[in-house]
Design a binder for this molecule. Sequence first.
Ligand code: NAD
Length: 480
Amino acid sequence: MNNSNPTATFSGPYYLSIAGKLVSTEAGFDVFNPATGSVLAQAPAATADQLDEAIAAARKAFKHWSRLEHAERKAYLIAYADALQEHRDELARLLTLEQGKPLRTMAEPEVDQSISWIRQIADRPIPVEIIEETDSHIVELHHTPLGVVGAITPWNFPVLLALWKVAPALITGNTMVVKPSPFTPLTSLRFGQIAQSVLPPGVLSVVSGGNELGPQMTAHPDIAKISFTGSTETGKHVIRSAAGTLKRLTMELGGNDAAIVLPDADWESIIPQLYWGAIGNSGQWCVGVKRLYVHRAFQQQFVKAFVDYAVRQKMGDGLDPEVTVGPVQNKMQFEKVKTFLDDIKAKGYKIALGGDIDASRPGYFIPVTVIDNPPEESMIVQEEQFGPIVPIIAYDDVDDVIERANDSPFGLGGSVWGRDTKAAVAVANRLETGMVWVNEIHTQGVDIPFGGHKQSGLGTEHGLEGRQLFTNPKTVLIHK
Ligand code: NAD
């Protein structure tokens, strides 16, 4: 099926993909459209036995897949990217329907970036490294695949965050079982279904169901590694459970990223970047701007300009081409974000924009909310809101703001903004984060390592470092 039509749609039914086959289940569960709050589709709820079958098929497939040459695996991955490309419009639309993000500005770019990612990763073998060589001996470092990798993914970027795992796992010779979030399983089930037409059976399976599938994967003796993206709290459960079988782990967890606008910043020109950095995807980014520190000299003008920019955006159903801000993805998150609004009101912090939810509106819409200079100890500054609320905090002293930015259990990303690039880089170098952007934000690439410091994660995705984490470093010592 070639979906060149932007209104192309797939309306199910949805199947698990296991051992190259599309598999139905006895039980199903409802998936909601967050823009309407109504049921979008039924997703299959895998049983524990079905998950076991997927893992067994992946284990079986590993024997053959791991022994292929890089060029052979590359050809498979390119064929997979081509197949996804044929379904690009359909996948993007489905992503908007199940996740809520605007089709044109968020869902289509997410699908496009995912497909491009697979193509680029396919071109990046991990070379054998010669550690030392003498007349009589040679020492080589190889990177061999681990076995079956389990991918556990969240609901904010369900296509990209899953395929960020699939591409490097497969190209390095592993096989994979993906378990999507129960809130957004449909796009993953679809890309799993598409994979079965191009990849050998068992190389990539997708199994949806309740949260109980996660612990089954993390404890499973036949899974060698878990690549997890989700909250820090769940991440701690994953680590505990994986200890029993000493699994390899890559953990991409929560964050509370600070953006620091320095006294010399050309602050008016960066409002759009900071706005989208905070409010894009309705604030549901792991690396979203969650604390915006602006020098006191212009903080009030900044708040006004930020609000002026915000009111020009349209919130609504992501299928509407004029909409640039969608709903929060699910009811649970909607309730969680509401607790931040309740706290803000109870404490009497100054609301520069938004704050009031329209209870009569269907769907999970939280208005874009700007909080003018809440205290450092407030919930909205200290905790991860993961919704469209941004605190704009005044600071006086650069050393002090660096300390405040670092005073967090999280350390995912951050950004620093200033005219004097050297001075901004000096500030960036003092932030305790896995990533930091200077005068730009959210740039990513297959060769750019991405990971969290402190309680924001373990290990890295992307870059050679990220790909190597899907492998076992194996030293080969040869007497000539
Ligand atoms: P979550 O932790 O609730 O769920 C993530 C996944 O874990 C889901 O697939 C869920 O079904 C599964 N799961 C739940 N309980 C489990 C268990 N006991 N064992 C194994 N798996 C289990 O996270 P979420 O609400 O889906 O996502 C939002 C969070 O993800 C935010 O904190 C955000 O910052 C974080 N996130 C981080 C990154 C990153 O790259 N660092 C990217 C996106 C999101």
